[in-house]
Design a protein around this ligand. Structure first.
Ligand code: GLA
Ligand code: ZN
Length: 676
C-alpha cells in the first residue's frame, strides 16, 4: 500500500501524559528545532484512557492530537493495549498470564496479558476501536502502531484449551497427532484431547536452567507455533478494527530484531509495513545490525521498513548502558536508511522523570532545554533527513544474494537434545551473511516462503528442518542455475522434528550429491583442520571447523576440501555438486568466519555479482535504488577518518552537496549518500 507521508519519518515515542500541560508547549518548540515530524503516542496510555470498565476519558489525547496538528506533527497512533490497567487485572484475572514455571502472575509490568484471555481480547479490541472511531479521520494520522513488542508465552488453562483446539485443527485426529509426535516414546500415547497439557516446567520441560530442554520436541514446537499464532490473533483483531475505521492508514506493530518467540515471517504479511526497534550494545558489530535490517527488509520481500525505535544516546536495560559516541546515533540512523528504512525514530522524545526508564536516553533530557550534545546531534540529523526530501522514500535495496533464515528451524534446533550445546542457529546464519557483508556484496535475508526470483546465490546454513516442499523449492532454485550452500546438520528432520530416514541430509541428499554417515562433536574451543586440495577462486587454503563436524560420503558431488586431522582425517569436509544448471555446496562443519567470506567471494565471482566497492575495515557500502536513480551509502564506522577509492564518478553527496569523483574522504562516523 502506498504510504501517506512525503519524507522520511523522524521523531519517536512521545508520552506527554507523564508531564504537566505547560511542558507540552515547550516540547513543540523543541520538536520544531529538531525538525521532528512524527510522534508515536498513546502506546502505554490505556489506564489513562479507560479509567474503569465503562468509563472513557480521552481529554488528554484530544488536546494532544490538536496540539500536534497545530504544529504539523504527524501521528503514529498506538492502540494503547500493551499494558493492561490495574482495574482490569483485579476484576478480570483471566487477563493475567501463567508463566513458564506454572505460576499465576499478579498485576504488574507490561506486555503482561494472556493472548487467549476472553477479557483481554474483548477489552483490547474495544480500546483499539475507540481510538480508531475518535481519531480515524484526524488529518495528521499517518500510521497505526498496534500494541507494542508482542512476545512471551502463557501457560494458563485457557491457553491450554486453545492449544488443544489448535492441534485438532492442525492434525484432525489423535491418531495423526500420536504419529507425528511419536508418542510411543516414553509412554505418551494420548487417547483423549483433554490429556494434552501445555509444555512448561511442570510438564515436558524439567530443567529450570535450560527452558529449551524438552522431552517432546514435536509437542514443544507446536506450542511455540501456537503461541506465535495466539499473539498474532491478538494483533489481527486490533488490526481489523482499526482497518474497519481507517482503511487507508497503514498498520504496523514493532518487531525486535532476531526475536525468538515470534515467527515474523508469518506475521509480516499482515502488516502494511514492517517496523522494528534497534538497540545495539556499545560493542555490537555494525555487521550484526546490518543483518537485522536486512532481515526486516526480507520479511516483506524487499519492501522498505521503518526503524520505529532506537535510543538517541543510551538505554537503561542493558548491563552497561554506554552512550553512543558523537556521531554514532546519526551513523546508526543512516545505516538503517541505507538498508531500506524510511524512518529514523527514537524511544523516546522526552526522558521520563521516574520509573525504570528514567535513565533511558531521550531527545529532550531531564534538564529540559536544547543545549545538550544529544539534542544538538538530533537536531542536526533532523535537518539532514529533511534535506533528503522524498528522494529515498520506498526505494529498494537490490540484491542478488540471500541468506536463509527460518524461525521454526531455530526453535527445533534449540529444542533438540544434543548434539552440542554450542550450536547457535542465528550465529551460523549471521556468519554467512557477514561473508557477503565483508565483500560489499548486497545481500538479503529471506525465508523459506520468500520470493527467490531475483537471487543467483543463496546460503542456507544449518537448515536442520526441511520439508519435502522446502526441498523442492531449493532444488528448483539450483536446477534453474542458482548457487547454493548447505552446512552440517541439514535436512535432518521434518516439520514435526521426526528424523528423515534413509540418510542425512534427508530431502537434500540428491541436490547435494552426498550422504552424511555420522557427526562428531568438538569440545568447547576444540577445532578440526581442513584444507582445500586446490583453490576454487578465492576459496582456498586451510580452515578450522568448530562445534561439530561430519563424515561425508560423496555420491555425485566432488570433494573440495578434506579434514587434516580428527576422527575423519582424509575424508571430505567441503563438497560441490552440479545439479541441473546450478551448483550446490556442502560445508560439513561449523566453519571459521573466513570460510564464509571466501565462499561469498567465490560465489559472487562465479555468479557474476558485483561488489559495491573496495572493502576497507569498518567502512560499509549499500545501495538504494529508485526508478533510474542509484544512491550509494558510504558509512565510516571507524573512530578515525578514511579514504575510499570509488570505481565510478558519483555526481553528488546528498548530505554535503559536494561532487565526488574517484575517491571519497570520510570523517569518523560520517556517512555520504552519493547519487548517480
Ligand atoms: C522497547 C519498548 C519501548 C521502550 C524501549 C526502551 O523498545 O518498545 O517502550 O521500553 O524498549 O529501550
Ligand atoms: Zn493464557
Amino acid at each position: 500500500m502506498s504510504v501517506p507521508w512525503q519524507r522520511l519519518l523522524y521523531g519517536g515515542d512521545y508520552n506527554p501524559e507523564q508531564w504537566p500541560r505547560p511542558v507540552w508547549d515547550e516540547d513543540m518548540r523543541l520538536f520544531d528545532l529538531a525538525r521532528i515530524n512524527t510522534a508515536t503516542i498513546g502506546v502505554f496510555a490505556w489506564s489513562r484512557l479507560q479509567p474503569a470498565e465503562d468509563q472513557w476519558d480521552f481529554s488528554f489525547m484530544d488536546d494532544l492530537m490538536e496540539l500536534l496538528e497545530q504544529h504539523g506533527i504527524q501521528v503514529c497512533l498506538g492502540t494503547a493495549t500493551a499494558a493492561v490497567p490495574p482495574w482490569m487485572a483485579q476484576r478480570y484475572p483471566d487477563v493475567l498470564r501463567v508463566d513458564f514455571h506454572g505460576r499465576q502472575r499478579k498485576y504488574g509490568m507490561r506486555h503482561n496479558f494472556c493472548p487467549n484471555s476472553p477479557s483481554y481480547r474483548k477489552f483490547s479490541t474495544a480500546m483499539a476501536g475507540e481510538m480508531a472511531k475518535r481519531y480515524g479521520d484526524h488529518p495528521h494520522l499517518v500510521l497505526w502502531h498496534v500494541n507494542n513488542e508482542y512476545g512471551g508465552s502463557c501457560y494458563c488453562p485457557r491457553c491450554e484449551a486453545a492449544f488443544r483446539e489448535w492441534l485438532q485443527d492442525r492434525y484432525g485426529s489423535l491418531e495423526r497427532l500420536n504419529e507425528v509426535w511419536n508418542t510411543s516414546f516414553w509412554s505418551h500415547v494420548f487417547y483423549d484431547w483433554s490429556e494434552i497439557v501445555a509444555p512448561n516446567l511442570l510438564s515436558e520441560h524439567g530443567n529450570p536452567h535450560n527452558p529449551d530442554q524438552t522431552a517432546f520436541q514435536g509437542l514443544s514446537l507446536d506450542y511455540q507455533r501456537f503461541m506465535s499464532d495466539s499473539l498474532l490473533a491478538c494483533y489481527l483483531r486490533e488490526r481489523d478494527v482499526v482497518k474497519h475505521h481507517t482503511p487507508d492508514v497503514p498498520v504496523t506493530t514493532n518487531f525486535m530484531e532476531v526475536f525468538k518467540p515470534l515467527n515474523y515471517f508469518h506475521w509480516a504479511p499482515h502488516l502494511d509495513i514492517v517496523s522494528w526497534d534497534s538497540y545495539p550494545r556499545a560493542d555490537t558489530d555494525p555487521a550484526d545490525t546490518a543483518f537485522c535490517h536486512d532481515l526486516m527488509r526480507g520479511l516483506k520481500d524487499g519492501q522498505s521498513f521503518l526503524l520505529l525505535e532506537q535510543t538517541p544516546s543510551q538505554t537503561n536495560w542493558q548491563r552497561y548502558n554506554a552512550l553512543k559516541p558523537p556521531g554514532g546515533m546519526a551513523l546508526q540512523s543512516f545505516q538503517a536508511v541505507a538498508h531500506g528504512s524510511d524512518s529514523a525514530m527514537f524511544f523516546q522524545l522526552r526522558r521520563s522523570r521516574a520509573g525504570c526508564e528514567k535513565f533511558h536516553g531521550a531527545v529532550i533530557d531531564h534538564v529540559g532545554h536544547e543545549h545538550t550534545r544529544v539534542f544538538k546531534e538530533c537536531s542536526e540529523l533532523g535537518h539532514q533527513l529533511e534535506s533528503l526530501g522524498d528522494s529515498l522514500l520506498e526505494s529498494t535495496v537490490p540484491s542478488q544474494a540471500a541468506v536463509l533464515f527460518d524461525w521454526e528451524n531455530w526453535w527445533a534446533l534449540d529444542f533438540a537434545s544434543g548434539p552440542s550445546e554450542d550450536i547457535d542457529y542465528p550465529a551460523e546464519v549471521r556468519k554467512y551473511h557477514r561473508g557477503f557483508y565483508e565483500n560489499n556484496i548486497p545481500v538479503d535475508v529471506t525465508g523459506l516462503d520468500g520470493d527467490w526470483s531475483q537471487y543467483k546465490v543463496i546460503a542456507a546454513p544449518l537448515l536442520y528442518m526441511v520439508t519435502e516442499e522446502n526441498a523442492a523449492k531449493i532444488n528448483a532454485f539450483v536446477e534453474d542455475g542458482g548457487l547454493f550452500i548447505a552446512t552440517f546438520l541439514s535436512g535432518v528432520v521434518d516439520e514435526n522434528d521426526r528424523v528423515t530416514l534413509d540418510g542425512y541430509p534427508g530431502p537434500l541428499r540428491e541436490l547435494l550429491g552426498i550422504w552424511v554417515e555420522e557427526l562428531n562433536v568438538l569440545l568447547h574451543r576444540q577445532t578440526v583442520s581442513l584444507t582445500f586440495s586446490e583453490p576454487s577462486g578465492p576459496l582456498q587454503g586451510t580452515h578450522r571447523g568448530h562445534i561439530v563436524y561430519e563424515r561425508v560420503h560423496t555420491k555425485t558431488a566432488v570433494a573440495q576440501a578434506f579434514y587434516d586431522n580428527g576422527m575423519f582425517a582424509g575424508t571430505p569436509a567441503v563438497t560441490k555438486n552440479s545439479f541441473g544448471k546450478g551448483t550446490a555446496w556442502y560445508a560439513a562443519a561449523s566453519m571459521d568466519p573466513l570460510f564464509a567470506v571466501q565462499w561469498a567471494a567465490a560465489a559472487a565471482q562465479s555468479a557474476g555479482l558485483q561488489a559495491l566497492g573496495e572493502k576497507q575495515p569498518g567502512v560499509e557500502l549499500t545501495v538504494r535504488q529508485k526508478e533510474d536513480e542509484n544512491y550509494l551509502f558510504v558509512m565510516n564506522h571507524n573512530g578515525h577518518p578514511v579514504e575510499l577509492p570509488l570505481e565510478a564518478c558519483w555526481q553528488r553527496d546528498l548530505l554535503t552537496g559536494s561532487n565526488v569523483c574517484g575517491c571519497i574522504r570520510l570523517l569518523p562516523r560520517q556517512t555520504a549518500i552519493l547519487a548517480k
